[in-house]
Design a binder for this molecule. Structure first.
Ligand SMILES: [Zn+2]
Length: 323
């Protein structure tokens, strides 16, 4: 999916910013390290000279010299490793730290766009820039069982364990999840936990409320999407992303047309073996009434359906805060 130039430029500017930041950070770190270990600089100069010598020896095809320099280089590198470890440092401490080590913050691996570039495109096209902030707050590290009581807590532990399995097996087995539960029982929180883990492990994740999804589906179907402010089609990623999260199904205003589009979306992702996670306040009966029998039967046969326990956690959190 092509981006328009300004969008492409804004992503590339971010990469340039990251590269500058990691370069500066490395320079400052090297100054500190060289101050702490004055013997390191002459050793590094000798290593550089040795490497340059090897290139010259290779050009003049002097295999004797090459062998000699090889041994010298190994010796110098060993000395450096020992020196660093005496100061509790390793070779990695002399290298830049990249946000994405896979593409070294260039956005590309060879000719191909890196997974981080794809996620940047998705974030831009779906206006997901706020998602990262939310995920910093709502993830497995911040998940708390204290809002669930008695048996509910046990049920929730099982749900969380299953969510972790979903992530662990994500690349090997095709699974979908439907999380049901009353308002404020933690469905969105749990979806966010899953989204964070998958984004962190280089998967592309599109997060849409049901309202946004139905908007996109109807815009795409009526050919209006080209005139959106983003100027580009956000549609293909709905089918292609590794995980599509549809939050709060049932809060949008569906009509016959969008309901059939919804079936196509769900069905297409199943055919492509791309995982989907849906959350809803409604029960199965209400979902069947709104989204048709055939949609529900696809969901029942291809999704794990989990009921989240508990009353409104948000109310309990508020009450606790006021105590
Ligand atoms: Zn990357």
């Amino acid at each position: 999916m092509p981006l328009i130039n300004t969008q492409y430029d804004s992503i590339m500017r971010e990469y340039a910013r990251r590269q500058t930041r990691s370069r500066q950070e490395l320079e400052e770190r090297l100054v500190r390290i060289h101050q702490e270990i004055p013997e390191l600089l002459p050793l590094e100069e000798a290593i550089t000279a040795c490497q340059a010598g090897k290139v010259r020896a290779a050009v003049s095809q002097d295999s004797g010299k090459l062998k000699e320099l090889d041994a010298q280089l190994r010796d110098l590198q060993n000395k450096r490793a020992v020196l660093l470890s005496e100061h509790r440092l390793g070779p990695a401490d002399l290298e830049p730290v990249y946000t994405c080590p896979d593409c070294r913050d260039t956005g590309y691996i060879g000719e191909k766009k890196c997974h981080c570039f794809l996620q940047a495109e998705i974030d831009l096209l779906y206006h997901q820039s706020r998602l990262k902030d939310v995920l910093e707050q709502e993830n497995f590290q911040t998940f708390s069982y204290q809002w669930y009581e008695g048996e509910d807590r046990e049920i929730m532990r099982r749900n969380v364990a299953e969510a972790r399995m979903f992530i662990e097996r994500f690349d090997d087995s095709f699974e979908n999840l439907l999380l049901l539960g009353a308002v404020g029982t933690g469905k969105t929180f749990l979806s966010n936990c899953i989204a964070k883990e998958l984004i962190d492990s280089c998967h592309s994740v599109v997060y849409l409320t049901a309202f946004q999804l139905f908007e996109l589906l109807s815009q795409a179907a009526f050919g209006k999407e080209k005139t959106t402010s983003a100027g580009q089609s956000a549609y293909p990623y709905i089918f292609d992303c590794d995980l599509l999260i549809i939050d709060d199904l049932g809060t949008e205003l569906p009509n016959t047309f969008t309901v059939s589009q919804f079936f196509l979306c769900i069905n297409e992702r199943i055919l492509r073996k791309k995982s989907t996670l849906i959350s809803s306040n409604l029960d199965m009966e209400a979902l069947r009434n709104i989204y048709s029998e055939r949609t529900l039967s696809r969901i029942i046969s291809c999704y794990k359906i989990r009921q989240l326990p508990g009353n409104d956690i948000r109310i309990r959190k508020k009450l606790n805060a006021n105590l």
